[in-house]
Ligand binder design. Structure first.
Ligand SMILES: Nc1ncnc2c1ncn2[C@@H]1O[C@H](COP(=O)(O)OP(=O)(O)OP(=O)(O)O)[C@@H](O)[C@H]1O
Ligand SMILES: [Mg+2]
Length: 209
């Protein structure tokens, strides 16, 4: 039985421009409004000084080096933010987590599931998100949204159409393998509609009154 302490750990995953950051903010606000005494921590990965190495510029890492950078950032993020917050009983909402490493490095950069799973076991161990929301959107629409969002953090955005199609399939595969943890959310609609679908999933899966 995976233990994540008395707090709740929710991760939001999906391709570029799916609306993860937008929806994370809305979910945090909804939890504070509707769940009595809910303390909410909003965070994201990759985090810290390693982030810029991964999301900016056009440096080409080997897939293993790239996965290790993600897990190095994750190791710090887990110890500094995620585990202490869960232990305090907070709701931790994380914009991307290990499923992104699995999709991007494991599938799209062809490192393979086994290697990413081995790194997960070493770095994250028993901890698992209580719920993972996978925002699904056609690639072209997501990339179009992402282009409007940011002009510096574009390293992954620029990886080409086939790469992003593989990512989308990868997230579906990840969800199908762990249906008790993952919910695929149709993110191709108005912000409010997507938010309501997310809120329904959170209430259903995490027994929110
Ligand atoms: N449902 C929606 N419909 C239309 N536009 C949206 C929707 N959700 C988000 N957007 C807009 O699309 C852009 C990307 O959204 P957001 O930054 O939330 O996506 P993201 O998944 O976090 O992207 P990234 O992977 O690049 O971090 C933003 O400009 C945002 O305002
Ligand atoms: Mg974002």
């Amino acid at each position: 039985m995976p233990i994540s302490g008395p707090g709740r750990f929710i991760t939001i995953e999906g391709g570029e421009g799916a609306g993860k950051s937008t929806q994370l903010g809305l979910l945090a606000a909804r939890l504070k409004l509707e769940v009595k005494n809910a303390g909410v921590v909003e965070t994201r990965e990759p985090n810290g000084p390693i982030r810029n190495l991964l999301v900016q510029g056009d440096r080409s890492w080997t897939p293993m080096a790239e996965a290790l950078l993600h897990f190095a950032a994750r190791a710090e993020h887990l110890e500094e933010t995620v585990r202490p917050s869960l232990a305090e009983g907070l709701w931790v909402l994380c914009d991307r987590f290990a499923d992104s490493t699995m999709a991007y490095q494991g599938y799209a950069q062809e490192l393979g599931r086994d290697r990413v799973e081995a790194l997960y076991e070493m770095v994250v161990g028993e901890l698992k998100p209580d719920l993972t929301l996978i925002l699904d959107i056609p690639v072209a629409i997501g990339l179009d949204r992402a282009m409007r969002r940011d002009i510096t953090e574009t390293r992954y955005e620029r990886m080409g159409r086939a790469f992003h199609e593989t990512l989308r399939t990868a997230f579906h595969d990840i969800a199908a393998r762990e249906p008790e943890r993952c919910v695929v959310i149709d993110a191709n609609g108005p912000v409010e509609t997507v938010h309501e679908a997310i809120w329904a999933a959170v209430k259903d899966r995490l027994n929110v009154e």
